[in-house]
Design a protein around this ligand. Structure first.
Ligand SMILES: [Zn+2]
Length: 100
């Protein structure tokens, strides 16, 4: 539940996704590192199943899974931080920015 704007009293406010963005980025970087590891693992599995094509597909799948997991995990953590800790809001009606 969003608070009301202290300037105009509007309930048309939104949470500024400060930490969501920052953590999404950090998560993507972390995911990238994980992706490199996952890519190697995926490639090894792919090689075991079907050398050549399996290596490429397994590696790619591993990298994508790592990136996605990292970015989503980071964004989820960031959103929780925004809601619980940062609590920076922007009023859509008067443009006032405030902390809850
Ligand atoms: Zn306002």
């Amino acid at each position: 539940m969003n608070p009301s704007c202290p300037n105009c009293g509007s309930l048309n406010v939104r949470l500024k996704p400060l930490a969501t963005r920052a953590c999404g980025g950090v998560g993507a970087v972390t995911g990238g590192v994980t992706a490199a590891t996952a890519g190697t693992t995926g490639a090894a599995i792919g090689t075991a199943i079907c050398p050549g094509l399996g290596t490429a597909i397994g590696g790619l799948a591993g990298v994508l899974a790592g990136l996605l997991t990292g970015a989503l995990g980071g964004a989820a953590v960031g959103h929780a931080i925004d809601r619980k800790l940062v609590q920076a809001y922007h009023c859509n009606d008067c443009g006032h920015e405030f902390a809850a």
